[in-house]
Write a protein that binds this ligand. Structure first.
Ligand SMILES: *[C@@H]1O[C@H](CO)[C@@H](O)[C@H](O)[C@H]1NC(C)=O
Ligand SMILES: *[C@@H]1O[C@H](CO)[C@@H](O)[C@H](O)[C@H]1NC(C)=O
Length: 412
């Protein structure tokens, strides 16, 4: 039952292996064929393919042919894959679930498929990737997560993907690129992180030298469409030891500093820059005014860029220093700089200071938590940084004893 479609494809693919019917019990409405297939490393193969694209199905068809190597389920309404549901497809090397309805990675029950090389999850609605999101895919070479709604990727989300060559994270809602993601991906060659536009309260995503240099095999990178800070933070662009090639340099533009706005990254005078720079807290990361009721959970954001990458901590009105990853039940500082206050009390009003520091110095910015008849309010203010001797920093003296190191700091 070779359809006429095959005749056409046979002509087009002349010289290569023609598409031929694969005579198996094919699921209803799907097409089963032997098709030309290229591995992520461009090796040619013939792949037993089950094509169930564009069928508006809400679950993966049962009893797929056991020898399936490529399973195409693009443009359907699948939101869930049961744990181990595809485990019987021992030869599956490519799975395409792009343009489906996955919103939670735990609904994606793909476990222990060491034969899988290529996984397409682009154009779904994933918003978060927790640690260990892709267990048992130790030979995966290509992972497509572009055009989702990813805001948060945990530091060890990609644990176990030691063979991954290409990672597509473009067109998501990422605010930071965490160097710890890449520690899990020693083989990475191509990284696509363009198009992660950020809104006014967030900061510019930066890719630090440290991150780039932790990827010894990196060859190509796409960061276009991200508002870039084109100063020493991105100076590695012109000085990485193995040269990293930019995909689409014509649309990789600077958003900061002001004198380089709209300039192409390739026209930036990198040679005139210093290798390192002081932290700069993005003014846009701190809200102009934020109101809360007593008892509310409140998040104060603080984002900073510098080279080397800065560390961020907060100082409470009582002078207590709150370090990243610390969590005492009341205050929690997230690694990217957000201070979370759980159930804020009226007595916790006062000046909260964000400090971003690296070996060159520090920048500070304060948020004044005021008492208001209606509850608690937050106003931006000057930081309470009193400076460490020898540090170049923007320092404001409030006439209080130095906060650094903070007395009675309760946790690390
Ligand atoms: C899986 O691939 C191997 C090696 O190509 C082959 O011998 C085997 O028959 C395939 N399994 C199935 C179920 O088709
Ligand atoms: C790096 O700088 C050199 C000049 O020193 C220039 O010719 C080259 O185009 C620059 N490369 C990039 C990627 O900016």
């Amino acid at each position: 039952e070779a359809p006429p479609v095959c005749l056409l494809l046979c002509v087009v693919a002349a010289g290569a292996m023609p598409t031929v019917p694969w005579r198996v019990a094919c699921p209803p409405r799907c097409v089963c064929q032997i098709r030309p297939w290229y591995t992520p490393r461009s090796a040619y193969r013939e792949a037993a393919t089950v094509d169930c694209n564009d069928l508006f199905i809400t679950s993966v068809p049962p009893e797929l042919p056991e020898g399936t190597q490529t399973l195409l389920l693009q443009s359907n309404n699948i939101a869930r894959l049961e744990q181990g549901e595809l485990g019987y497809l021992r030869n599956l090397s490519e799975l395409d679930l792009s343009q489906n309805s996955f919103s939670d990675i735990w609904d994606f029950g793909l476990r222990n498929m060491p034969q899988l090389l290529s996984l397409h999850l682009e154009e779904n609605q994933l918003s978060e990737l927790p640690d260990g999101s892709f267990p048992g895919l130790g030979n995966l070479q290509e992972l497509y997560l572009n055009h989702n709604r990813l805001r948060r990727i945990a530091p060890r989300a990609f644990a176990g993907l030691g063979s991954l060559l290409r990672l597509h994270l473009n067109s998501n809602l990422l605010r930071t690129l965490d160097s710890r993601w890449f520690q899990m991906l020693p083989s990475l060659e191509i990284l696509m992180v363009g198009g992660n536009k950020v809104d006014a309260f967030q900061h510019l995503p930066a890719l630090h030298r440290q991150t780039v240099e932790s990827l010894p095999n990196l060859q190509e990178i796409s960061i276009h469409g991200n508002p870039l800070r084109c100063d020493c933070v991105i100076r590695w662009v012109n000085s990485t030891r193995p040269r990293v090639r930019f995909i689409e340099p014509q649309s990789t533009l600077c958003a900061e500093p002001p004198d380089l706005q709209r300039r192409h990254i390739r026209d930036v005078p990198f040679q005139e820059m210093t290798e390192q720079c002081l932290p700069l807290i993005s003014a846009r990361s701190i809200p102009a005014r934020l109101e809360a009721e007593v008892g509310d959970n409140v998040a104060l954001h603080c984002r900073a860029l510098a080279e080397p990458e800065p560390e961020i901590y907060w100082v409470t009105p009582a002078g207590v220093k709150l370090l990243p990853f610390g969590d005492d039940g009341k205050f929690k500082v997230h690694s990217e700089g957000t201070l979370e206050i759980r159930g804020i009390a009226a007595r916790e009003a006062g000046l909260y200071t964000c400090v971003a520091h690296n070996l060159l110095g520090a920048d500070t910015r304060g948020v004044r938590v005021c008492r208001d008849p209606r509850g608690v309010c937050f106003l931006p203010g000057k930081g309470a940084w009193l400076g460490q001797p020898g540090l170049k920093s923007s320092s404001y003296s409030l006439g209080r004893p130095p906060l650094y190191p903070a007395p009675g700091f309760p946790w690390n």
